[in-house]
Design a protein around this ligand. Sequence first.
Ligand code: ZN
Length: 162
Amino acid sequence: MIFLKVIMLVFGFTILHELGHVVCSHLLKLKITGIGVAYAPLPHFYVSVKWPYKLYQKVLYLLSGFFVYVIIVSGCLFFYSGNITNLSIKYALAIQLIIETNPIYSDFVILQIVKEIYVKSKNSINFKSLYKEAYTQHLFSKFWYLHFFLWTLIIFSLTKMI
Ligand SMILES: [Zn+2]
């Protein structure tokens, strides 16, 4: 039963994460081009927008999903006065953090390669191919290994905390 609750909560957190991107795109006046499920490299929800020209817009847009997670954690900590005793919520928050910081397709991966794309995609025409190229270069680079290391550190700390 707890397994099902955790799955439902993670699903809910993911929807809220994507809503964060939607709200942010409205605030930044970015045109939403698609909301849905992508299957590669792993199944995940996504919100896509007409890629903004300004770097700060890209960064804010990419971080808006994780910002929602931070709000959720803060809200839970506040509600439980600093010690989340509900196991389902605790596990779901941990799983969500692992998903949101993963080094394969998370917003933090895009954030790392976004500067590179930014330089090349001022006209933003060929964003998809530019992204693919930058992603291939980023994978297994020293920054990627650093990200992977920090991610395993997060997972390790979470297993200690729970
Ligand atoms: Zn996101």
